[in-house]
Design a protein around this ligand. Structure first.
Ligand code: DI6
Ligand code: FE
Length: 412
């Protein structure tokens, strides 16, 4: 038989494939060749002639798919600690946004940064995600709100993916907020997004998907729909920030356009949940923003579950509502705040997160044929990834079949 590149022995596998919640395969082994998983099963069933260039003794740890953070605004400049202080004195997120702070403060800082400065500001956040076993991360634009600055953000995201082993997918979020120079002219800005910015950035190969913020402090369903039409005309998948602060019917709109996912969803209606189910869209829940805004309206998890809507979990890493660069902490919050079972939360950063990125065919589960993005965890059960607070039990990471250390060795 052909030799393998890499063989894990003495591991338990949480495959997130099949019907059992973790897809558990105890006392397993997993083999990699040419960057892909080529064999997995019980160690006792390993072909006797099995040979690998490198063998890893997992010492009874758990091997999981590499974690996927499917919703981040990781590339940005500056921070909003001052706004945090104001909110602690009683100002609301919406009041600050309406007074010209909030997203616009980050837009000013991001416009003032060149591409190298954006990369330098963002790399530590990416390194922290990677140190906790994240092997794929989605990064949005949306703090430039003009062609040149949106381009710099997306180029910075691509550069981060090229200089680190992590896979980066990019999302154009030109319709994140109204830039100050368009005050009172939202429709004109949306026309600029659809007719100028999106086509140019798409032609430059900088856009993998298109997102918008459908909300009373951002863009209307009609404006969102215009963005979706422009994206679909280019063959790009769409997704949406929907029902975060109020119910605008965004999820149903996204579903009508075959969206990969709808994200936030604290104020999702019954009809919105049903529309996501019918469209097969993923519900991406962002407990970091829920926590940081002290939101009290819970996303309808039981309803999503009953309807069979796949649920994903992400950090929403952003300077305004979720300054969070720990996917492990997001997992804990999803369990504690949203009452997800640890197996559901973990499926939300593996199988369902891959699906939210349109990458379900080659990422997100341990199955023969999939890309060998893996994490080996020094835990007794996978639920421990959700249980600990501020503790990282990652032992080893594998990006496309290439081993990379963990712990202190994994920084970057
Ligand atoms: N919803 C959010 O929570 C972030 N963007 C969005 O559409 C917040 C972005 C920010 O406040 O900077
Ligand atoms: Fe977001």
């Amino acid at each position: 038989m052909a030799a393998w590149d890499l063989l894990f022995r003495r591991v338990h596998l949480a495959t997130f494939a099949g019907s059992e919640p973790y897809g558990t395969l105890r006392d397993g082994a997993l083999a990699v060749r040419a960057g892909r998983i080529v064999w997995l099963g019980a160690e006792r069933d390993l072909p006797r002639e099995a040979r690998a260039a490198q063998e890893i003794d997992g010492a009874g740890g758990w091997l999981l798919p590499g974690l996927i953070d499917c919703h981040t605004h990781l590339v940005h400049a500056g921070n909003r600690a001052r706004e945090f202080e104001l909110r602690l004195q009683g100002a609301s997120y919406e009041e600050i946004a309406r007074a010209g702070g909030g997203i616009r403060a980050t837009v000013a800082a991001t416009r003032a940064a060149d591409e190298a400065a954006l990369v330098a500001a963002s790399r530590p956040r990416l390194a922290r995600l990677m140190a906790e076993g994240v092997t794929t991360v989605e990064i949005k634009s949306g703090y430039g709100l003009e062609l040149s600055a949106e381009r710099r953000m997306l180029r910075a995201a691509r550069a981060l993916g090229e200089t680190a082993p992590v896979r980066v997918t990019t999302t154009f979020l030109g319709a994140h907020a109204l830039p100050p120079e368009y005050d009172g002219r939202a429709d004109a800005y949306i026309a600029e997004v659809c007719d100028v910015m999106l086509p140019a950035l798409y032609r430059e190969g900088l856009v993998d998907a298109v997102d918008a913020f459908c909300e009373r402090i951002a863009f209307s369903p009609a404006q969102t729909e215009a963005v979706f039409r422009a994206a679909r005309a280019l063959g790009l998948p769409v997704r949406l920030h929907a029902e975060q602060l109020s119910d605008s019917g965004g999820a149903a709109l996204a579903a009508r356009h075959g969206a990969l996912c709808a994200d936030h969803l604290e104020h999702l209606s019954e009809a919105g949940a049903a529309a996501l189910a019918a469209a097969g869209s993923v519900a991406v829940l962002l407990p970091g923003a829920f926590y940081f805004l002290r939101e009290t309206h819970l996303p309808p998890v039981a309803r999503l579950r009953a309807l069979g809507v796949p649920i994903a979990i992400a950090t929403d890493c952003n300077p305004g509502t979720s300054p969070l660069s720990s996917l492990l902490l997001a997992l804990n919050m999803a369990c504690v705040l949203f009452r997800l079972a640890p197996a559901e939360a973990l499926a939300g950063v593996t199988r369902n997160a891959a699906r939210a990125l349109g990458r379900g065919d080659d990422l997100g589960t341990l199955e023969a044929g999939k890309l060998a993005d893996l994490g080996l965890w020094n835990v007794d059960t996978p639920a421990e990834l959700c249980y600990h607070l501020g503790y990282n039990p990652l032992a080893l990471r594998v990006f496309g079949g290439q081993i990379s250390g963990a712990g202190d060795a994994a920084q970057g």
